[in-house]
Design a protein around this ligand. Structure first.
Ligand code: KG4
Ligand code: ZN
Length: 343
């Protein structure tokens, strides 16, 4: 069985993983190491690229060793090396891709540069054997997109954000409210004890024909409310978080519903179509529940990867590498392949 080592260093997680298929062909994650740099960035309220790059340099060799150890493998047992080549922070990408090149060159194994977004896009096939075609909602710190996933390497973007990404909106709202980085999970936590109807924030683009997202107007509304109420009590913060979360959720599901209709029209032969939600924001349980209801209403099944595979990890990169190998799309990666920060 082909065993692919995956490496992910595009943002603030240093990660390595080995993925294969078992004897029956079922995808198998044999090891999955994720070292978060949160501690190193928390004092700055966000990811500092230079600190991230240095931390990847320090950590990556050990993380790869840990992934091989956990898999009970020696370096020579690896059949191919997949690494995130973009999009992401250039320093981290250089560290991960250069390490992958060295590993592949030293052992004479294929190098497979992976687009980080493809990693998120193919994760549901690793965890839930989802068949092509399906509709992907990718909501992370850097991206908010709806993508028609037709096959390995065959993706059509149907919708994107016209300003901030959804995770970015969570992170900026958290910062406004002096909640610690990373913002998303802390906003979700604070929202639990707040009233989602306390403030009526806008539902950007709701009801509009274009399929895209917009989240920056919300941030402005949150800032206005926070300024009016200052100084904020913990209860104010909870109410703002709950109301913000309700607003983004309603805007998001309205936008998604549009693409579900389109998918139905274009793929009328698919009996139970699938909506996949991936990316860091997919960890948000309120958003998941709302998407589930929206999907069901439209006759779709919702597939959401387990929480630890929603955020950045290397299992998704190794898996994308394995899918590319199996599809014959991993032959030609040259050793001079360059990182693509804006891929
Ligand atoms: O996919 P990811 O780990 O990294 C990127 O590729 O961006 O996504 C990170 C983003 C951050 O903006 C973070 O605040 C957000 O996902 N996030 C959440 C939650 N957990 C992570 N947003 C809302 N609710 C959460 N529970
Ligand atoms: Zn990501």
């Amino acid at each position: 069985m082909t065993r692919v080592l995956g490496i992910e260093t595009s943002c603030d997680e240093t990660a390595a993983s080995v993925v294969t298929r078992d004897a029956s062909g079922k995808p198998q994650i044999i090891s999955n190491i994720v070292l978060s740099q949160i501690e190193e960035h928390v004092a700055f309220g966000g990811v500092v690229p230079e600190i991230a790059a240095r931390a990847h340099v320090t950590a990556l060799d050990g993380v790869i060793r840990a992934a091989l150890d956990e898999a009970g493998m020696k370096p020579a047992d690896v059949d191919a090396v997949a690494a995130t080549a973009g999009p992401g922070l250039i320093g981290g990408l250089i560290v991960g891709l250069t390490t992958a090149k060295a590993f592949a060159a030293a052992l004479g194994k294929p190098l497979i540069p992976i687009n980080h977004l493809e990693g998120h896009a193919l994760t549901p096939r690793l965890t839930d054997k989802v068949a092509f075609p399906y509709l992907l909602l990718l909501v992370s710190g850097g991206h908010s997109q709806i993508v028609e996933v037709r096959g390995v390497g065959d993706y059509r973007r149907w919708a994107t954000t016209i300003d901030d990404a959804l995770g970015e909106a969570f992170d900026k709202t958290a910062k406004l409210l002096s909640l610690p980085y990373p913002g998303g999970p802390n906003v979700e936590k604070a929202a639990k004890t707040g009233d989602p109807k306390r403030f009526s924030f806008p539902r950007p683009l709701k009801g509009e024909a274009r399929p895209d997202f917009s989240f920056s107007g919300l941030k402005t509304a949150v800032r206005r409310t926070a300024t009016e109420l200052a100084p904020l009590s913990p209860q104010d913060v909870s109410h703002i978080c709950a109301s913000f979360q309700a607003a983004v959720t309603e805007s998001l599901t309205d936008r998604v519903a549009r693409s579900l209709t389109r998918f139905r029209e274009e793929h009328s032969g698919v009996t139970t179509p699938t909506l996949v939600v991936a990316g860091g924001v997919a960890a948000n349980l309120t958003i998941r529940a709302a998407l589930d209801a929206t999907a069901q209403e439209a006759g779709f099944q919702l597939v959401a990867p387990p929480l630890q595979l929603c955020g950045d990890n290397a299992a998704m990169i190794a898996w994308a590498g394995l899918e590319r190998l199996e599809a014959g799309l991993a032959e030609e990666a040259p050793m001079n392949f360059r990182p693509r920060p804006r891929w």
